[in-house]
Ligand binder design. Structure first.
Ligand code: ZN
Ligand code: FE
Length: 254
């Protein structure tokens, strides 16, 4: 499975999954259709699936235009997003599996950013890496805002992501990395790897930083580190949910 990262709207990434043998493609979160359909034409492939992570417009607004061009494509999203995903056909629950080419994604139910948010995790096989499409739950060095869910839900969702192997590539749906790192260094002040990451991303200028490496995220993303002494000391809290909630509030005001 090859993955193309397509920049769209102001900060979004749309991902095009491509199986060269079967000549098929799937689109993760087409918030807009033109940019991704251009890539589809270039490859000359058939789009067989749209994989939505959640109902926000910047993730689903291109669904119907993709369906118009590829009427046989199947639209997948979380069951709890019923009624708010254009063209939704297959409603998914935690643990469900979605086949694409010779790979299979496991569905994770990850509420917090929204009530119905899901992610698609392709476990590694042979030489192929593990891939996580997590929408707006985890960003590099950050996480999604709590638009609908509670801190407890979000901590549980982030815990599920943290349980995946370090080698996982994380395909976050927005390029927010630099701003996130600038906040991260204010709450995790003596983390050399975080400092190095900030310096590296600054030097990249406007180049993409996605996919992120989950191992590196576990070591440098404060929103995956609510139970470390560093973050707990800064926040003056010890409970997971309390620490996370305060951290999220602080970032919202940053
Ligand atoms: Zn969102
Ligand atoms: Fe978004």
């Amino acid at each position: 499975m090859q993955i193309y990262r397509i920049s769209a709207l102001s900060s979004n990434y749309i991902f095009l999954l491509y199986d060269a043998i079967q000549q098929i493609a799937a689109i993760v979160d087409p918030g807009e259709a033109n940019s991704v359909l251009k890539k589809v034409e270039e490859l000359g492939v058939e789009v067989v699936a749209i994989l939505n992570t959640h109902h926000h417009w910047d993730h689903v607004d291109g669904n119907l235009q993709v369906l118009q061009r590829f009427p046989n494509a199947v639209v997948y999203a979380g069951r709890r997003d019923r009624g708010r995903i254009p063209g939704l056909q297959v409603e998914l629950d935690a643990g469900d599996r979605v086949k694409f080419g010779d790979r299979e994604a496991e569905v994770l139910f990850l509420p917090g950013h929204t009530h119905g948010h899901i992610a698609y995790y392709f476990a590694p096989v042979g030489q192929e890496a593990g891939e996580l499409f997590c929408g707006d739950v985890l960003f590099s060095a950050g996480c999604g805002r709590l638009k609908e869910g509670t801190p407890a839900e979000m901590v549980d969702s982030l815990r599920q992501i943290r349980a995946l192997p370090d080698q996982t590539r994380v395909w976050c749906a927005h390029e927010y990395t630099l701003a996130n790192l600038e906040f991260a260094v204010t709450v995790d002040r003596e983390n050399p790897e975080l400092q190095a990451r900030l310096a590296e991303v600054r030097s990249l200028g406007s180049q993409p930083t996605i996919p992120a490496d989950l191992g590196l995220e576990k070591r440098t993303n404060p929103f995956l580190r609510w139970d470390t002494p560093e973050i707990q000391n800064t926040m003056g809290k010890t409970g997971a949910v309390e620490t996370f909630a305060l951290l999220r509030q602080k970032k919202d005001r940053f």
